[in-house]
Design a protein around this ligand. Structure first.
Ligand SMILES: C[S@@+](CC[C@H](N)C(=O)[O-])C[C@H]1O[C@@H](n2cnc3c(N)ncnc32)[C@H](O)[C@@H]1O
Ligand code: SF4
Ligand code: SF4
Length: 335
């Protein structure tokens, strides 16, 4: 089992595509430790706690030390994997250094070219800013963090540049298409981002981009931090600041398909909340006999976004065109 926690919705950035802007009514709400510990009692084999938000560094370091103490007292080797913009660390690194160096803790960050990732409404988070953050992290913690780039219509033409930057930094990036949640009104078309994955494969750059690497290994390229397989709701859960509970971080952003924490965690039942949702089963009937079924229908949030925007056919055409080309590189059985 993996657990995504969103301790707070607060964030010191103002990204225009942010999916996590409608999580709570009172923006100061914080996820209580009690709920996290109840979850760990119910699922002691939890391999990773993925720490998300808002920005995780809007909480005090003590919040995370309390989780680490809980794990250490029980000899659990559950790890904490943060995704953070690292801005609070950059402004004041010392309170974070010991935590970030802890053997159970791993840090990832986010950066993309274009105008969408913003420190304030009027200030873009630039490559120059990102180098300063990454250099400081390297100096204080000892490695450069890998990063996620969110791709939208606005920055599609510079998507490949993120991979060149990852190569220069010698880290892995992950190009994720924007999902339609929070301030991001519509998703970026999955079929279209495959053009970039193909380009990465053609240019021999897969070492520095996670999703294209998955494609050449014939695993599904994935959109978010979830395992993106059809049975995702068996293996991942998400706890949000108000204690609302989901099997998917992305549907959590929409507050859709919640699970009863009381029944699953306290009473010990098990729920598969997305499994029998007919509209999330597949994009269209043709998919059932298509070799690309697992790819196009791997993520239920993606199915939901594409259907809601009435772009199933557009996605399908883009996907088939790209995948015929990809078949020359990785045999998907498309002819
Ligand atoms: C919600 S953020 C929270 C963590 C942190 N504030 C950050 O941005 O790194 C988690 C990840 O989701 C990405 N993200 C934000 N909005 C998104 C969207 N609409 N679609 C896909 N990914 C998104 C962020 O870039 C980040 O990598
Ligand atoms: S994507 Fe992350 S950094 Fe940007 S506004 Fe959202 S939570 Fe903040
Ligand atoms: S390529 Fe088209 S038919 Fe095939 S799985 Fe994707 S959406 Fe369905």
């Amino acid at each position: 089992m993996e657990l995504i926690i969103k301790p707070t919705e607060l964030c010191n950035f103002k990204c225009t595509f942010c999916s996590s802007t409608h999580l709570v009514d009172d923006k100061r709400t914080q996820l209580s430790h009690e709920l996290i510990f109840s979850f760990l009692k119910r699922f002691p084999n939890t391999s990773t706690i993925i720490v998300n938000g808002g920005d995780p560094l809007m909480m005090k370091p003590d919040y995370y030390w309390e989780i680490i103490r809980y794990l250490e007292e029980r000899n659990m080797n559950t790890t904490l994997s943060f995704t953070t913009n690292l801005w609070a660390f950059y402004k004041n690194p010392e309170p974070w250094v010991e935590l970030f160096k802890h053997p159970l803790v791993g840090i990832n960050t986010s950066f993309n070219y274009g105008q969408t990732r913003r420190i304030t409404k009027d200030r873009v988070y630039t490559e120059e800013d990102f180098w300063k953050v990454s250099d400081l992290f390297l100096e204080k913690i000892g490695y450069r963090p890998s990063f996620i780039s969110v791709i939208t219509e606005e920055n599609f033409s510079t998507a490949i540049d993120n991979v060149y930057l990852a190569k220069k930094m010698n880290v892995e990036c992950k190009l994720n298409y924007a999902l339609a949640s929070g301030d991001q009104g519509s998703s970026f078309l999955m079929g279209k981002i495959y053009e970039v994955y193909l380009q990465i494969i053609r240019l021999g750059l897969t070492e520095w981009e996670y999703n294209s690497k998955q494609i050449i290994r014939k695993k599904n390229a994935i959109s978010t931090s979830c395992p993106l397989n059809r049975a995702c709701d068996e293996t991942i859960r998400c706890l949000q600041p108000e204690g609302d509970y989901y099997s998917c971080g992305a549907f959590g952003d929409d507050k859709q398909y919640p699970i009863s924490f009381q029944e699953e965690v306290i009473q010990g039942k098990k729920f598969l909340p997305l499994k029998d949702q007919a509209p999330l089963a597949y994009l269209k009937e043709d998919c059932l006999t298509c070799p690309l079924f697992e790819i196009c229908n791997g993520c239920k949030k993606n199915i939901s976004d594409i259907k809601k925007s009435n772009r199933v056919q557009e996605h399908c055409s883009a996907m088939q065109k790209n995948m015929i080309e990809l078949d020359g590189l990785v045999n998907y059985g498309i002819h």
